[in-house]
Design a protein around this ligand. Structure first.
Ligand SMILES: [Zn+2]
Length: 349
């Protein structure tokens, strides 16, 4: 049953985290010029440096030793977990976020990847869109991915060395670390920004997972998409509802369409009556193109005006929350433990 619920969770990740890294990069700390002298070590000194113990060497190399296949734009490529996670970080989180937030993101992405591989081992089918690859670069399925060379050119520009080093070092600093629950990698999902509380997996996907509960999440309002307004023509909205729920009665004033919403503690609409039919909040989010299920709606003459709080499914780690916790001085493991209730960290070797 547990496996089934996990699988359900994955299948429902069609409303997965929206890549944040497309947001403008305004460095929260200015790029530091490379120091020619401070870290310089003479050849003699270098030779005398103690070599890391063998176990430490193994620990450091887990991500480089582990290969995965990735479907990129229809082509399957094989690459190391280290390169994959670096590309995920480049796509999923602005490289100017605090170091501990980047490390938490690297750990979450590694964990989620191993979680998916575990599902395949347990008999889950690889989605047909993957063309046989284990992962793909579509955030609706897996995680967004941006090749580092492309990120350097298209995102980071003149500060490419600085940002690449930040991304790479966040992956290296967490090499082999995975968040586990009952000995298995967790579905370490994340999203851009929640309201003051994250959503539980049960409220959003109907799958109760002990580590995806609703927790406090600060700092969401720093996201440019924290509050948003979407206007949808009533006729278009009605058409989309009727496509799936032909029994809905929508030939009445739009002010009468929405009734008896059932909200989670975090504020998201779990379900609501639309034209007399009970539909999920995630369905409304999808057909109206909303940032989150935490919405209010008010009709005008021809439109519906939705106002939303938060960005993404709001389950698991909030990326802006991770940023805020890091700014408050929390370390990456504290951030992970904050957002994923009761998990332990395990070192893969
Ligand atoms: Zn995928």
């Amino acid at each position: 049953m547990k496996k089934l619920l996990m699988l359900v969770t994955v299948l429902m990740l069609s409303v997965c985290a929206l890549p944040l890294a497309t947001l403008s990069l305004e460095p929260e700390m200015p790029p530091q010029p490379a120091s020619a002298g401070a870290d310089a070590v003479s050849e003699t000194e270098r030779e005398e440096e103690p070599q890391p113990a063998e176990s430490e060497m193994r620990r450091r190399s887990y991500d480089r030793r582990t290969c995965i296949t990735l479907c990129r734009g229809g082509d399957t490529v094989e690459l190391s977990l280290y390169d994959y996670l670096s590309g995920v970080l480049a796509a999923e989180m602005p490289a100017n976020f605090p170091e501990e937030a980047l490390k938490a993101q690297a750990l979450a992405a590694r964990t989620y990847t191993l979680y998916k591989l575990m599902l395949y081992d347990n008999g889950a089918e690889i989605p047909p869109e993957h063309n046989g690859a284990q992962m793909c670069d579509d955030y609706h399925h897996c995680k967004a991915f941006c090749d580092i060379a492309a990120a350097r050119e298209e995102k980071w520009g003149a500060d490419a060395d600085y940002y690449e080093a930040r991304v790479r070092s966040a992956v290296e600093a967490t090499d082999g670390l995975v968040a586990i629950c009952e000995g298995e990698p967790i579905a370490a999902v994340f999203h851009a920004a929640s309201g003051s509380l994250t959503e539980s997996a049960e409220d959003v996907w109907g799958a109760e997972l002990p580590y995806l509960t609703s927790v406090e999440s600060p700092g969401g309002e720093a996201s440019p998409n924290y509050s948003a307004e979407v206007r949808v023509k009533q006729a278009d909205f009605a058409e989309r509802v009727l496509e799936k729920y032909p029994q809905a009665v929508l030939d009445i004033p739009a002010s009468e369409w929405f009734k008896d919403s059932h909200r989670s503690e975090a504020g998201g609409v779990i379900d609501v009556l639309v034209g007399g039919v009970r539909v999920k909040g995630s369905f409304v989010r999808e057909i109206a193109g909303l940032n989150s299920t935490n919405f209010r709606v008010s009709p005008t003459e021809e439109e519906l005006i939705f106002t939303t709080t938060g960005y993404g499914h709001c389950v698991g780690m909030s990326q802006y929350g991770a940023r805020e916790l890091a700014l408050e001085g929390k370390t990456f493991d504290e951030i992970i433990r904050h957002y994923f209730t009761g998990v332990e960290l395990m070192l893969k070797t």
